[in-house]
Ligand binder design. Structure first.
Ligand code: XMP
Length: 478
């Protein structure tokens, strides 16, 4: 028999009660957050795996801001892989393909090359492509005869590291030998990369950036539940993706559970975010299948029509409460996905139990999101579309031949909308405002970190009059 269970709430139904606070400066609070079993972020934000939100440019921005971007999967495998690679190549502490010079080149050639490429030193290779030395500007500075060969002036005793030398080991080696460049070589002395002191120092200043062990930006990528999933997942991980997101509207579905089990079994060590669900049972089944984090949200998103088309969904705040309570017992973090329109919503989502939050519509209007600018009646917009919209589904069909969601008969049950959102300038504006609002909220609750924020949070239920009072009123904006 069907039954009505209880009342469920969402962001506008509640407010956070202020608490006694010892936090004086909003800068005193830490926004560091757990994304999954093994990955932490500096800010609790993910950009959504949607084709109008996250490709490499947005993912690079998100990592730089301390969060993470998830590259969408509405691309052929090789294109999605290339987007991951672009993120991994950017701001790299390990230069994967460094410039080199031959030992038989002249000092003059080396000098010209360094000037042209604005670099201060070059690994020197012999005929067999083995590293035999290193030449720096300093070596050249004291060479009067520029016709001399590089082999005559280079430093022959080169300190090197193995191909997989970590960022912190490289730092130790550079500091202890007081050198500026560390070539990474394999057992046959073939060059596999280069780490420079300059990049390490730059890294140290940007300590709130999301980086992997090798100093590269963190990035995630989405996979579906279709036939190519394993191949796609493998290719994304080979390209350096740090975490995968299982992208399926109903994550509490046998296919989703089996896909997670399969990926976990075939790709050991990989981190995967399961979802989307909105119930405790959904969380338990995803965790038992191997999910390292669970994404929560059925229908709250700005471009979602799932609740209207199917009548199915759970108001987002209650969905977060219910799922977070159970996930906490398994020590698995929840990602609040969808429906966040401002920093107040973000604060409520995290206070209710979300460890991090995924953002779509708010970021779609920024420069870093893919897509054209639309100018209409003097206002600027960018395209934003639900990934289950008819338009996105038709594009997907063109890309990989998979029929759109809801079958391929004449009546397709699209569960998303395609439209436009206001242009918002740089993504830094959006993320900056979200995090500033969150910090402020934490200080109202006397919380110096997100764990205490959840602990101290007390929600009050408000009436429609309370909501009206919350918004600016009785004045005209200028
Ligand atoms: P916001 O509110 O940030 O939400 O724009 C982003 C989230 O919306 C979800 N999403 C969809 N949900 N139909 C849906 O019901 C869709 O077509 C659709 N596309 C995206 C997704 O979880 C995303 O992160």
């Amino acid at each position: 028999m069907s039954k009505i269970i209880k009342e469920f709430y969402t962001f506008d139904d509640v407010l956070l009660r202020p608490q006694r606070s010892g936090v004086f400066s909003r800068k005193d609070v830490s926004t560091s957050a757990q994304l999954s079993k093994h990955i932490n972020l500096h800010i609790p934000l993910l950009s959504a795996n949607m084709d109008s939100v996250t490709e490499s440019r947005m993912a690079r921005f998100m990592a730089e801001a301390g969060g993470i971007g998830i590259i969408h999967r509405f691309l052929p495998i090789e294109k999605q892989v290339e987007e991951v690679r672009k993120v991994k190549r950017a701001e790299n502490v390990v230069i994967e393909d460094p410039y080199t010079i031959s030992e038989s080149a002249s000092v003059e050639e080396a000098q010209k090359f360094m000037k042209e490429h604005l670099i201060s030193g070059l690994p020197v290779l012999n005929m067999n492509q083995k590293v035999v030395g290193i030449i720096t500007r300093r070596d050249i500075l004291f060479t009067e005869n520029l016709n001399k060969k590089v082999s005559e002036v280079m430093t022959k005793k080169v300190i090197t590291g193995g191909p997989k030398t970590s960022f912190s080991d490289a730092k130790k080696i550079l500091f202890s030998y007081r050198i500026e460049k560390l070539p990474l070589v394999d057992s046959k002395l073939r060059l596999k990369g280069l780490i420079t002191l300059k990049d390490i120092l730059k890294q140290a200043h940007g300590s709130a950036v999301s980086k992997d062990k090798r100093g590269r930006f963190l990035v995630g990528a989405a996979v579906g539940v279709k036939e190519d999933t394993l191949e796609r997942a493998r290719a994304l991980l080979d390209a350096g993706a740090d975490i995968l997101v299982l992208d399926i509207a109903h994550g509490h579905n046998e296919r989703a559970l089996n896909t997670i089990k399969l990926l976990k079994q075939k790709l050991p060590g990989m981190e995967i975010i399961g979802g989307n669900v909105a119930t405790a049972k959904g969380v338990i089944d995803l965790i038992k299948s191997g999910a390292d984090a669970v994404k929560v949200g059925i229908g709250p998103g700005a471009a979602c029509t799932t609740r209207i088309v199917t009548g199915v969904g759970v108001p987002q705040l209650s969905a977060i409460f219910e799922t977070a309570e159970i996930a906490r017992k398994y020590k698995i973090p929840i990602i609040a996905d969808g429906g966040i329109r401002n920093s107040g919503d973000l604060s409520k989502a995290l206070a209710a139990g979300g460890y991090t939050a995924m953002i779509g519509g708010l970021l779609a209007g920024t420069d870093e999101a893919p897509g054209e600018y639309i100018l209409e009646d003097g206002a600027s917009y960018k395209l934003y579309r639900g990934m289950a919209s008819r338009e996105a589904s038709e594009d997907k069909l063109r890309i990989d031949g998979n029929p759109p969601i809801g079958g391929d008969g004449p009546y397709r049950a699209a569960e998303g909308k395609s439209g436009k959102v206001y242009y918002r300038g740089k993504a830094g504006n959006v993320v900056g405002e979200l995090i500033a609002g969150l910090r402020s909220s934490m200080s109202y609750l006397g919380a110096k970190n997100l764990k205490d924020f959840q602990k101290n949070a007390e929600f009050v239920r408000i009436s429609p009059a309370g909501l009206k009072e919350s918004h600016p009123h009785d004045m005209k904006s200028t």
